[in-house]
Design a protein around this ligand. Structure first.
Ligand code: FA5
Length: 327
């Protein structure tokens, strides 16, 4: 029995020296201290009485020695594990950082915001109007009766609901704004998407933004319209930029003009405009004998084409990163 105790101590100390992890140490500790030694000490009762004191004494000594050895080895292993963790998890602070991929605003959104800000600085409020319109507001109330040939100016996306369409321009918002504010004076812009069943080419898209402008008050004149549009062009493109007004026709303005701005690729039409037609003022709730107004509708995508000398409007919605990343 004494020999068994001595062997157990020697073997355990050797195993303790060899193991390297806390898990192994815990397994060994419970096997030896809770298992084998306890078993030996319990069996003392079955020994001849004269052997019992020696075995009991050695048993206790071995247990104390091993407990101390386990405690000491435990400290060592914990220190080793900590050192290993620190080494493996070490951060090399001299490595170059990984670049964070950030998105940016779409060039069309950026110009739209720039355009809106210029109008805001010039005293215009933003008025949001709906994308889905009824035929009346998009056409009839804007002095474009049913079956009138002027409807052909805007190729329309119809819905399955009778009379419900996608707005072909932001001008129907004029009616909503006037009906909300009449008879107060108005100075608003109405930005938003418009939709046209259009033959797509370098300057025409099916879906594009417009920024409508509407000013209504007493004594608003054509010269106010011209001065305002020139002031916008100069704020957007610089004071040297040339602007020209061409006679045109829109059923909801009289007289009507189209506004071109000169760019690297020649003149580009960026807006239609004119003095609000008396019929439209009346439909909006203003007495045309007392009130007058001007309105315009510009295409911010066209404004962007001009600003960055982009040759084709189709780049905007093709989602080609080589194009988009340039902005
Ligand atoms: C209109 O839509 C009129 N509602 C504008 C208006 C408002 C006139 C108020 C008078 C008073 P037009 O179809 O020309 O007009 O379009 C206005 C502007 O939108 C154009 O000058 C152009 O800048 C832009 N635009 C028109 N069609 C397209 C298209 N297919 N793709 C991109 N931009 C377009």
């Amino acid at each position: 029995m004494l020999k068994r105790l001595e062997d157990l101590q020697a073997d355990t100390l050797a195993e303790l020296e060899a193991l390297t992890t806390m898990d192994e140490l815990r397994t060994l500790r419970s096997r030896v201290l809770k298992g084998e030694i306890t078993e030996i000490l319990r069996s003392i009762g079955s020994l001849p009485p004269e052997e019992r004191p020696a075995v009991g004494q050695l048993g206790n000594e071995v247990r104390q020695t091993l407990e101390a050895a386990f405690a000491e080895r435990e400290e060592q292993i914990k220190a080793e594990e900590l050192a290993r963790e620190l080494e493996e998890g070490a951060i090399d602070v001299t490595l170059p950082g990984r670049p964070v991929q950030t998105g940016r605003l779409h060039p069309a959104t950026r110009t739209l915001r720039e355009v809106i800000n210029i109008w805001r600085e010039m005293g215009f409020q933003v008025y949001l109007s709906r994308d889905v319109e009824d035929d009346d507001t998009n056409f009839t109330l804007l002095n474009i009766p049913q079956h009138h040939p002027a409807r052909d100016m805007w190729d329309t996306f119809y819905t399955t609901r009778d009379g419900v369409i996608l707005r072909t321009h932001t001008s129907p918002g004029q009616i909503h704004a006037m009906r909300e504010y009449a008879p107060e004076p108005i100075r608003v812009i109405l930005p938003g998407m418009v939709y046209r069943y259009e033959q797509v080419d370098a300057t025409h898209e099916m879906q594009f933004n417009q920024v409508e402008g509407l000013v209504v008050g007493r004594n608003i004149r054509m010269s106010d319209l011209k001065g305002t549009m020139i002031a916008f062009a100069h704020r957007m493109y610089g004071p040297e930029r040339r602007v020209r007004f061409r006679c045109s026709h829109f059923p909801f303005t009289e007289p009507s003009v189209e506004i071109d701005i000169e760019g690297d690729n020649g003149w580009l039409e960026i807006a239609g405009a004119g003095m609000v037609h008396p019929v439209v003022l009346k439909n909006g709730g203003y007495d045309p004998r007392e009130y007058s107004g001007f309105a315009f509708g510009m295409g911010p995508e066209r404004v962007t084409l001009l600003k960055h000398s982009i040759e084709d409007i189709r780049y905007f919605w093709q989602n080609d990163l080589r194009f988009l990343e340039q902005f």
